[in-house]
Design a protein around this ligand. Sequence first.
Ligand code: SF4
Ligand code: SF4
Length: 379
Amino acid sequence: MTPSGSTAAPSPRALTLAITSRCALRCRHCLVESGPGAGPGDVPLARCLAVVRELAALGGEEIWLTGGEPMLHAAWGEILAHCGPQRFRTVGLQTSGHLLGEDQVATLRDLSLEGLRVEVSLDGASQRSHDLVRGPGTFRRALDGIHRMARAGMAGRVVVAFTEMRHNLAELPQLLDLADGLGLQGVRSSTLLRGGRAAGGGQVEPPAPEQVQALLARYHGDGAFRALYDELGRAPAIEWWKGRGHRGGEGCLPGERPYLAADGTLYPCALSRAAETAVEGALEGPLSASLAVARGRWGALRARCAGLASPPAACRACPARSSCAGGCPARSGADGGSPLGPEDRCDLRRAVHGWEGPDGVAAAPSRSPFADPPGGFPC
Ligand code: SF4
Ligand code: SF4
């Protein structure tokens, strides 16, 4: 059994730490249903700092501060500064960009954190698409924040986080142009998950199968887009197509990148919300103690992701099974289904699997720093 095939939960390589449950926005697709007065509020500073140190002692290489909106936490800068001496490879901040004013950008610059990465959410390349999801004026503010980062010499620290939806998927090429023009690190796409505030559908929906096929056709037919994508992008459908010759299950394993919510619940990853994988009270004691409890609860998920367990029954006759292998179990459980069932994007995966593109276009591996390994589960 390879190390990645082990079903024992490992020490985390990365931790996503929600330092507050609050947010200034109330987005239509928010998985954690954040908003101005949401949840328990801010995680006490001392606890945040302790978690940072514990992660480093466990050998963690990455830490991501999230929320809610992490920049609403009065001590967000202090927490980031505390990450510096721990020698993480990546110290990330996931933000809506709503609060990226001159002072905040100066704080980020003055931290001089070598591994700093600031993920700013843009749900489209137009005000219309973004504001539909996040509220009036939010596109302008996020874009202003990105421009401030660029003027401060930190464009290369910025990644655009793009949630692909039916109304905005066609804007991915413009987002890549934006990233290229400003010298940003790239655009990391993920597919809308019908969970949290998006559970009921409504105005935000995941992309349709014909849209992802249109994206593949563009990737193959438009050399300039393809070159830019390979340099700066990471979109699930294109990565699935590139990895179609690989067996699924070569990507992340539950527990390698756990998520610690502001209410102290530990999950195997940031998309996972299934009650059976949750470990409560993780802010009340050492992280290692919660991880020890988690080992027992995450084993079945890890076995599935490592290809050591049978795929869900619904997958056995699926034409996409050879490359999908049941998909991402965190997504399976986040929309109210079983984490051991098929994931929520079967229609998209089958559309990609069945797409017959033109011959003669060799797919280059993505060079973006956040590309997944072939056969992974881009989420
Ligand atoms: S900015 Fe992020 S945390 Fe805040 S409501 Fe929107 S999706 Fe949720
Ligand atoms: S597309 Fe759906 S049914 Fe097919 S293998 Fe993937 S998760 Fe299973």
